[in-house]
Design a protein around this ligand. Structure first.
Ligand code: ADP
Length: 173
């Protein structure tokens, strides 16, 4: 039986922290599905197709990684995909709290699906997609923290958004 793991997230957009976790998971499991959640309870910059396409491009070199969109319950998606393992990345203590809460709920819903945590690599342990978006919005550089094509796409997208809705003054002063 192929050992398949699901690595779920919003990936809005994919960062080098995500890439690192996905690659490391792919060294442990035979098949890794990077699962892009289509309707998270947060405001998104990229739509589902864009987030999937960027994740595919960022992970193109890794043969046993597949990127798929999903909706609904994660444990149901994992079961349907034939995965008995969910992989999540852990950065700070704050991640630990929320991740254990979600893991325990997932285990209640599906005791046959196990959750595995990979500790963030030191150089990406401060990195989050929302921080990247904030830095780009304010004109900073994010070299080495996201793939270059992701930084370009973010700049374009955020510039377009700014045309319709300028950054509030309180964000920049
Ligand atoms: P979510 O909205 O579900 O937290 P994210 O896309 O933000 O989705 O993150 C997906 C997973 O990747 C989560 O387990 C998160 O903790 C992990 N992750 C995010 N950024 C990093 C990082 N820099 N290093 C390691 N893991 C990370």
């Amino acid at each position: 039986m192929t050992m398949t793991a699901v690595y779920p997230g919003t990936f809005d957009p994919i960062t080098m922290g995500h890439v690192d976790i996905a690659r490391r998971a792919a060294q442990i499991f035979e098949h890794v599905i990077v699962a892009v959640y289509d309707t998270p309870a947060k405001t998104l910059v990229f739509d589902t197709a864009e987030r999937v396409a960027m994740a595919e491009k960022a992970l193109a070199g890794v043969g046993n990684i597949e990127v798929r969109a999903f909706g609904g319950l994660l444990v149901e998606f994992a079961r349907q995909a034939g995965a008995r393992v969910i992989v999540r990345g852990l950065r700070a203590v704050s991640d630990y709290e929320i991740e254990t809460q979600m893991a325990l709920m997932n285990r209640t819903l599906a005791p046959d699906v196990e959750e595995v945590f990979l500790v963030a690599s030191l150089q990406y342990s401060f990195l989050s997609a929302s921080l990247i978006k904030e830095v780009i919005k304010l004109g900073g550089t994010v070299e080495g923290l996201v793939p270059d094509f992701v930084a370009d796409a973010l700049r374009q997208k955020l510039a377009k958004q700014e045309e319709t809705a300028p950054v509030p003054r309180w964000l920049t002063s």
